[in-house]
Write a protein that binds this ligand. Structure first.
Ligand code: IFM
Length: 458
């Protein structure tokens, strides 16, 4: 029996989190939209990456995914029926600018106008992420995130989004989890565009850090009243033992996984004292860059699922640290082999709260994949409900301890395309039968609906 997880005695109501607390669900374009080549939509790095054998589990892809492109009304109505007031989704760059720059797709603009207008008609607030990993392939051919020209390409794209949707969208996030798309996509090669090594990773990191701030400035200039944030993946890092070597390894992993993108944006520079190899970023830096990395975000989105246990390893280059898999640690895990560890969320809220310049923290993703089964029209996913309740208790505890956390979005609304893992990990509150596209609200979704409904005395 896993030893680490006690189901919560949950007796909280939404009002216990404060009347302005934001409740929602999160998604991303490539993971749900499908319609990968409709009208003049351009090809993204994920459109390319999925077509290469061996990249995605069972050769799966997001060409149809949840077909949200055609079913957005059904999904938003379902959100409404589930009392969900805030919907976070991302824009597909190649749906709007098929070649990344240049010609604008009127069909793409019209699609997001329909989605936004439909949300507003049903009183659901749209929260828009500008970049959730689907870079235009045309730009990747020119070097993608490793080419400093991305600053100009990104600026054009952000300006277009602000002009097209800023009259109705008031909540924006610049990047989704830059550590993941640079680490998995430009260092390990397991995500699009499948590039590897420091020579790709370091420039990609630096340009992402600059774009994170630049995107903020472009939005602030175009939409002075907008709420502007950006999001980070983060996990509490525990040392495998209390040996100095393991403690040091954990510290390095923490710098890389949790500090690399936030600290330059706060004017603190890169955490080179913990990860000396980051000094090589200097090669890509220009004089004004440390100033241009800074932006005063209205909120920071933290995305926490698990904790990582880290030990020293001679064989891992640069970091000399390696993650000890959760499945080897006799702890409660999800389909992703991620440890269920609610205190990790509390720790991450505390960690970001400790940066004095951060004004507001919103948990823009949290959730879990379990082996869901649709049986007699029902998905009895009590593990997911228990997970969500346990993590919500940590948010509540954080609030009681005076930490400034004021929102929670479940990842995800529907089951969807989980990148290299394909469709096996199901994260949704709503089950999707990917053959028929039929949606079935899981027991966890019913619980979330009921919980949110209790806000209005329903
Ligand atoms: O599916 C992803 C999402 O795209 C980014 N954050 C983590 C989720 C679960 O892995």
């Amino acid at each position: 029996m896993p030893e680490n997880f006690e189901p919560p005695l949950f007796n909280l109501r939404p009002r216990d989190f404060g009347k302005d607390f934001v409740w929602g669900v999160s998604t991303a374009a490539y993971q749900i939209e499908g319609a990968h080549d409709i009208h003049d939509k351009g090809v993204s790095i994920w459109d390319r990456f999925v077509s290469k054998k061996g990249n995605i589990s069972q050769g799966q892809h997001g060409r149809i995914a949840c077909d949200f492109y055609h079913r957005y009304q059904e999904d938003i109505l379902l959100m409404k029926a589930m009392n969900i007031p805030h919907f976070r989704f991302s824009l597909s760059w190649t749906r709007l600018l098929p070649d990344g720059i240049g010609n604008v797709s009127e069909e793409g603009i019209a699609f997001y106008n329909r989605v936004i207008d439909f949300c507003l008609e049903y009183d659901i607030t749209p929260w828009v992420t500008l970049y959730h990993w689907d870079l235009p392939h045309a730009l990747e051919k020119k070097g993608g995130w490793t080419n400093r020209d991305i600053l100009g390409w990104f600026e054009t794209y952000v300006r277009l989004c602000a002009e097209s949707f800023g009259d109705r969208v008031k909540h924006w996030m610049i990047l989704n989890e830059p550590m993941v798309f640079t680490g998995a996509g430009y260092f390990l090669g397991v995500h699009a565009p499948g590039r590897k090594g420091l020579k790709n990773f370091l420039p990609a990191v630096h340009h992402a850090v600059l774009c994170q701030a630049l995107g903020g400035r472009v939005l602030r200039d175009a939409l002075p009243d907008a709420m502007i944030g950006t999001t980070f993946s983060c996990s509490r890092i525990s040392s495998f033992t209390d040996r100095t070597k393991d403690i040091k390894a954990a510290e390095k992993a923490d710098a890389l996984l949790n500090r690399l993108f936030i600290e330059p944006s706060l004017g603190m520079g890169y955490p080179t004292e913990s990860v000396p190899v980051l000094q090589k970023i200097e090669k890509y830096q220009k004089t004004e860059d440390s100033k241009d990395c800074i932006f005063d975000f209205d909120f920071i989105g933290i995305q926490n699922y698990t904790r990582e246990v880290v030990r020293h390893s001679y064989t891992v280059p640069y970091l000399h640290a390696k993650i000890v898999k959760a499945s080897q640690r006799n702890v409660k895990i999800t389909t992703m082999d991620w440890e269920v560890h609610p205190p990790s969320l509390y720790a991450m809220i505390g960690k970001f709260n400790a940066y004095k310049k951060i004004k507001k923290i919103i948990v823009t993703e949290n959730g879990a994949a379990f082996e869901d089964r649709l049986q007699n029209g029902k998905v009895t996913d009590s593990e997911r409900t228990t997970y969500i309740k346990a993590y919500l208790e940590q948010i509540h505890k954080a609030q009681k301890d005076g930490l400034k956390v004021s929102g929670y979005f479940v990842w995800s609304f529907t089951d969807n395309f989980e990148w290299a893992e394909g469709y096996r990990p199901r994260f949704g509150l709503v089950y999707v039968d990917f053959d028929s596209q039929k949606r079935t609200v899981k027991d966890s979704g019913k619980w979330y609906a009921c919980f949110l409904g209790s806000q209005n005395g329903r």
